[in-house]
Design a protein around this ligand. Structure first.
Ligand code: NDP
Length: 433
């Protein structure tokens, strides 16, 4: 805490991982001897830069850009870029730290990193977004590359922003280096199923949890928070598996539609018009909008928090438990607070942490890198099948590791230990560097 003052989210993420590692360190004292824990908690490199850009009226704005290259023992740094006014070093470091273990869990050759800016894309015109993305990439371009660091999207960064950044990188370097960013459009090097991957992957993971007790999503009532990339494609897969999504949200509040939220309308509202979720209730008499409040008050069998960090606190956890929710799988990064996770554990709610349940996005980004490297383009079905296999594999790895370390059913412990061991062993093999 003294070494990284004021970085509350980073402290929270580190504490959560370290708390799980006691049994590993006891079993493998060489990790201590080689200083693996302090080394893994310190980013290899943190880049902070100024981003000047002009709005449509010609006024100049100054934002701050970040890229934290955390750990590259397993491969090039890999992790998204977040554009949101709440972004500061502590947020980027928490996300980068989580990313190390998540990427390790996928079994693919990718290290951990994260970046972003405190730029607020809300209410900006297309031209303003483009000028910001170009200014951001002008500063970032010298630090990335297909075998150095490969950024992708996150909150506030989707296909449009990746396009503007890729264009600027191409202009600056004079090279068509497809593998420098992932989340690209399908006609210029993107992978089919990348857009869907995080939401689909979270549902695949939860489905594996259900299968252990011979259950399925068929007929289940689900609450999904958020209405961005992850939430929308969780909704799509849930519909395909026969579940009903009764509530979704954005930062203004949540909507409830007991008959099930309509995917096509939600896509049109959020992906095309970039509107507010309250407009969904304006257009549908079966739906109601609740301003502010907490979505977790809506009764459900399963909850998928897919919006942002610390959105599900102890009050939300208690409401879910009281209403009979039996499974929570995180589509977002660290959406549940530590006391909410404890409440789930004590209340017998099955719980999957984001670093396991939402790893489908980065795994499919790694598949995009493979396609770029071989100048190939796979079908949707093939890519989705590989995504599902990867999620089944992550689920198995977490469940088996939890069992091996005497915590059966504890996916938090399983994910932290399995991810850590893979990175720690690679760090040992590479020596003290
Ligand atoms: P988007 O920007 O597409 O969507 C974010 C959604 O969350 C929006 O509906 C937004 O509402 C809502 N939201 C943001 N902040 C709050 C808040 N404080 N309270 C309530 N709602 C809020 O982002 P993504 O869907 O890509 O990301 C969502 C989460 O998933 C993040 O935690 C991200 O790190 C994680 N994730 C994303 C991956 C990906 O592939 N995209 C991969 C792995 C994890 P509003 O529009 O009002 O701000």
């Amino acid at each position: 805490v003294r070494r990284n003052p004021g970085e509350a989210e980073f402290h929270q993420a580190v504490r959560e991982v370290l708390e799980s590692l006691d049994p590993v360190v006891k079993k493998r004292p060489e990790y201590v001897e080689y200083g693996i824990i302090p080394r893994i908690c310190e980013p290899n490199r943190q880049i902070i830069f100024k981003v000047n850009w002009q709005d449509d009226k010609g006024r100049v704005h100054t934002n701050r850009g970040f890229r934290v290259q955390f750990n590259s023992a397993l491969g090039p740094y890999k992790g998204g870029l977040r554009f949101h006014p709440s972004v500061y070093l502590g947020i980027i470091k928490f996300l980068g730290f989580e990313q190390i273990f998540k990427n390790a869990l996928t079994g693919m050759p990718i290290g951990g990193g994260k970046g972003g800016s405190d730029f607020d894309p809300k209410g900006k015109s297309d031209h303003e977004i483009m000028r910001f993305c170009q200014a951001f990439m002008t500063e970032l371009s010298g630090h990335i590359g297909h075998d150095i660091d490969v950024p992708a999207g996150d909150i506030g960064v989707g296909g449009r922003e990746i396009g503007y950044m890729f264009g600027q990188y191409k202009r600056m370097t004079g090279r068509y280096e497809s593998g420098v960013l992932t989340g690209k459009g399908l006609t210029w090097g993107g992978s089919r199923a990348r857009t869907e991957a995080t939401g689909y992957g979270t549902v695949f993971f939860a489905d594996e949890m259900l299968k252990l007790s011979n259950e399925s999503f068929e007929g289940k009532k689900v609450v999904v928070s958020g209405s961005g990339n992850v939430a929308i494609y969780a909704l799509e897969k849930l519909n395909q598996l026969g579940a009903t999504v009764v509530a979704m949200s954005d930062s203004g509040g949540y909507i409830v539609d007991e008959g099930g939220i309509d995917l096509a309308q939600m896509q049109e509202l959020k992906e095309v018009r970039r509107g507010r979720i309250s407009e969904y209730a304006d257009a549908n008499s079966s739906a109601r909008f609740v301003e502010g409040g907490q979505i977790w008050d809506v009764p459900c069998d399963i909850a998928l928090p897919c919006a942002t960090q610390n959105e599900l606190s102890i009050g939300g956890a208690r409401a879910l438990i009281k209403n009979g929710c039996t499974l929570v799988a995180e589509g977002a990064n660290m959406p549940s607070t530590p006391d909410a996770i404890r409440a789930f554990r004590d209340g017998g709610v099955r719980f999957a942490p984001g670093k396991a349940a939402n790893a489908g996005g980065v795994a499919t980004s790694a598949l995009e890198m493979q396609q770029n490297a071989s100048r190939d383009s796979w079908s949707f079905e093939h890519t989705e099948e590989r995504l599902q296999d990867i999620m089944v594999g992550i689920h198995e790895r977490c469940a088996e590791t939890a069992e091996e370390y005497g915590r059966p059913g504890d996916y938090v412990t399983g994910a932290n230990i399995a991810g850590f061991i893979r990175v720690a062993d690679a760090m040992m093999a590479l020596g003290v560097i």
